[in-house]
Ligand binder design. Structure first.
Ligand code: NAP
Length: 249
């Protein structure tokens, strides 16, 4: 079956989109949402990696479809939104795609190009995708926006427990601080619409992002985002949490 086939469609199913879902934590969020009964769009920029992920998830009996999506490309994002619209809309968006920009990232040594490319993916990419699909979320029942952030973006934790929140990072960590700030602003603007907007941290997870140095599995890392994606309508908005509960911005 083609990766974007609608053959398995079930009109009563809710639809989720996960960006950067071809591997790592995003793949496990996609798998977890599909196990919870969502039809899941596997957003990924590389055609081969996307098709491989879709095939693997379908081999596990999961209802997924491929969504060509480069979060840094307006045309790609618009096409992804159009694809979702043609399939009937969107209920849950998980903004997971991100890059580190390479290490080390001492503030005195980073280049403007390095900073801008990571901001474009990790922050502007989230805004691009969110705004493109927001009209569909506004029409959905129980819509949720889930931003995949990190406690390295928490200025409170970084200054209170410097040793516990990662290396000196003037690129990646500040993009997660920026993402946290953007999450708060979306939550403020969308308050009262029913769209709950929250961010989470997966913990230190073994993925390509960190050369598989993490101590948690991608499935463990995905759990907090599954919880945020399925919050009840009375649930919170504008919060940041990890597996231990609410965390300070
Ligand atoms: P990963 O294995 O490197 O996965 C990152 C995903 O993002 C890949 O699918 C990648 O696609 C995709 N991506 C990157 N740039 C993209 C773009 N322009 N358009 C579309 N997709 C793009 O990393 P991960 O550890 O699973 O990270 C997932 C999320 O968790 C990120 O937001 C990360 O910041 C966050 N996080 C991770 C950890 C951790 O310990 N791993 C901790 C805290 C937060 P390609 O395969 O095409 O590159």
């Amino acid at each position: 079956m083609p990766e974007n086939s609608n053959e398995n469609s079930n009109e009563n199913k809710r639809t989720a989109l996960v960006t950067g879902a071809n591997k790592g934590i995003g793949y496990e969020i996609a798998a977890g949402l599909a196990r919870l009964g969502f039809r899941v769009g596997v957003g990924a920029r590389d055609a081969v990696r996307r098709a491989d992920a879709v095939d693997k998830l379908r081999a596990d009996g999961l209802d997924v479809f491929g969504v060509p999506l480069d979060v840094t490309d307006d045309v790609s994002v618009a096409a992804a939104a159009a694809q979702l619209q043609a399939r009937g809309g969107l209920d849950v968006l998980v903004n997971n795609a991100a890059i580190t920009g390479g290490m080390p990232q001492d503030p005195s040594k980073v280049s403007a190009e390095q900073v801008l490319s990571v901001v474009d993916t990790n922050v502007v990419g989230v805004i691009r995708v969110t705004n493109a699909v927001l009209p569909m979320l506004r029409r959905a029942t129980s819509p949720r926006i889930v931003n995949v952030s990190s406690t390295v973006g928490s200025l409170t934790l970084q200054t209170a427990q410097a040793a516990a929140v990662g290396p000196v990072s003037a690129v990646y960590s500040p993009t997660k601080s920026y993402l946290n700030a953007v999450t708060v602003q979306y939550a403020k603007e969308l308050a009262g619409t029913g769209i709950l907007v929250n961010a989470g941290c997966p913990g230190f997870v073994a993925t390509d992002l960190n050369g598989h140095q993490g101590t948690r599995t991608p499935e463990q890392g995905a759990a907090v985002f599954l919880a945020l994606a399925t919050l009840p309508d009375s649930g919170p908005t504008g919060t940041f949490r990890d597996e231990d509960g609410i965390q300070p911005w």
